[in-house]
Structure formats: structure tokens, C-alpha cells
Design a binder for this molecule. Structure first.
Ligand SMILES: Nc1ncnc2c1ncn2[C@@H]1O[C@H](COP(=O)(O)OP(=O)(O)OP(=O)(O)O)[C@@H](O)[C@H]1O
Length: 247
């Protein structure tokens, strides 16, 4: 078993998942990771969205992990160590492998990466309840899950399947993050995707909403999806990180 999975490693595993693609799962993962790092925690991200890896591009990571023998030294951005299939796929080619091969890669990422001492490892899972999610559930039963949805009823309805899956695999659910909750303009909140879907989802899962993230453009034109610490979204994630640390 990878050493970091032993209880004495002290690593808290948080799997970020969603029912549907495109609801902001990766955005939530990287901004929560950056906020935890700003608060002094040692944080890693395992981009386990093997089919749709996007973390390196979203964090503007250009360098690849350094390999020393069979061990990878993860890339680093915003104080967060990152491993992703994106570093190893040629020319952004889609990853076509299935089943046992994927399992092997995830295990490799956990075992053969020099993560150093970590307080948190965030896992960006593929949307839905496919094989990777099942593998991760089996491999890391102590992982807690954050379920990301938009307020739209259809998104939260699909997300409930991911949530039920978490319950089924005995992963505990930390809570629901409602992304793209509203768009604020001139002090007025506009609910572009409606309201209530995330509450309904939280209720169904006997959980609660742990953050509501509005629509916002990243501050500068850097192409990075990590929001500034003092932006509205940056503050939402600082609060969430504090809650997770001091809960
Ligand atoms: N709160 C937000 N405000 C503005 N744009 C957002 C917000 N959240 C996410 N986005 C944008 O929406 C798009 C989808 O987000 P993201 O890639 O995080 O979703 P995802 O659920 O991880 O998608 P996938 O399943 O394809 O990996 C991205 O372009 C991202 O920058």
C-alpha cells in the first residue's frame, strides 16, 4: 500500500467530484488547494481526471515533473504540488486507456511521486461515477468528498448520483459546493442558473452547502484559473479552507 495511505501519514484526502462535466470541479479543486496553501498547509493535487485532465493548463504550469529514477518530483504552482496525466500525455492527446491501466496510473501517482510531507491531498475526479471514481473509492476509503454542482436543477439531479455513489462507497461527504451560484452586478445578485438545486442536493445527501461561489472573471489576464486572494472568489475559498482546517 502506498505509504501516504497509511493512517499515520496524517494526510487528509479530499476528493472533488461532480455528476456532470463543466460545472467547475477543477476550478474548485485548484482554488481550494491554493487557499489551503496560503493558510500555511502543505497541499498536493492529484489530477485524477485522467480522461479530461485540465489542472496543468488551469494553473499555467509549463514545466513537467522532474524524474529521478522511477520517482517524479511534482510540479508546483501557487504553493501546491501537482501531478497530472496531462504531464505525460503526448501533445494533449486524449487518454484512451481503461480499467486496470488507469488504476495502475493512479496507484503510481500516489506511490512513485515524491510528495514529501503533506497535510492535504486533493483529488480531482472525473465527472460521474465511472471506473476511476470507483478505483479511488476502493484505494482511498478514508477520502472525504466534496460534490460540486451548479444551482441548475438538472446539474444537481445528476450530481446526486455522484453523491449516492460516495455514500455507497462509504466516503464521507464534506459537503456540497454550489458553483456559478449567481452573478453580481451593481450590488444585485442575478441567479442565472436558477436557485435551489444545491440545497435540494444537500438535503438528499443529508449534507449541507459548504460554499457558494459566484460567477467571476479571473482578475488579471494571466490565463490562470486561480483567483486572487482578495477577489470575491478568493475570499470564498479562504473561508472554506479555514472551515476545513478548524472544523
Ligand atoms: N465561478 C466561476 N466563474 C466564472 N467561470 C467559471 C467559474 N467556475 C468555473 N468557471 C469556468 O467554467 C469552465 C469549466 O470549469 P472547470 O474546468 O473547472 O469545470 P469541470 O467541472 O472541472 O469541467 P470538466 O468536467 O470538463 O473537467 C472553465 O472555463 C472555468 O474557468
Amino acid at each position: 500500500m502506498p505509504k501516504m495511505l497509511l493512517p499515520e501519514s496524517g494526510v487528509t484526502f479530499i476528493a472533488v467530484t461532480s455528476g456532470k462535466g463543466g460545472v467547475g470541479k477543477s476550478t474548485i479543486t485548484i482554488n481550494l488547494a491554493a487557499a489551503l496553501a496560503r493558510l500555511g498547509k502543505r497541499v498536493g493535487i492529484l489530477d485524477a481526471d485522467i480522461y479530461g485532465f485540465s489542472i496543468p493548463a488551469m494553473m499555467k504550469i509549463d514545466q513537467k515533473p522532474t524524474m529521478i529514477d522511477q520517482t517524479a518530483i511534482p510540479a508546483e504552482s501557487h504553493g501546491v504540488k501537482v501531478m497530472s496525466m496531462g504531464f505525460f500525455a503526448k501533445d494533449n492527446q486524449p487518454v484512451m486507456w481503461r480499467g486496470p491501466m488507469l488504476n495502475k496510473w493512479i496507484r503510481n501517482f500516489l506511490t512513485n511521486t515524491h510528495w514529501g510531507e503533506l497535510d492535504y491531498l486533493l483529488l480531482d475526479l472525473p465527472p460521474g461515477t465511472r471506473d476511476v471514481a470507483i478505483d479511488v473509492a476502493a484505494m482511498i476509503p478514508q477520502a472525504q468528498e466534496i460534490i460540486v454542482t451548479t444551482p441548475h436543477y438538472a446539474a444537481s439531479h445528476v450530481a446526486s448520483r455522484a453523491g449516492v455513489m460516495a455514500q455507497h462507497t462509504k466516503h464521507s461527504i464534506l459537503g456540497v459546493v454550489e458553483n456559478m451560484a449567481y452573478f453580481e452586478s451593481n450590488g444585485e445578485k442575478n441567479y442565472l442558473f436558477g436557485q435551489g438545486g444545491a440545497e435540494k442536493l444537500a438535503e438528499e445527501l443529508h449534507s449541507h452547502i459548504i460554499a457558494q461561489v459566484p460567477f467571476a472573471q479571473p482578475e488579471e489576464n494571466t490565463g490562470s484559473s486561480v483567483y486572487d486572494e482578495d477577489s470575491v472568489i478568493g475570499e470564498v475559498f479562504t473561508h472554506l479552507a479555514e472551515e476545513l482546517i478548524y472544523q
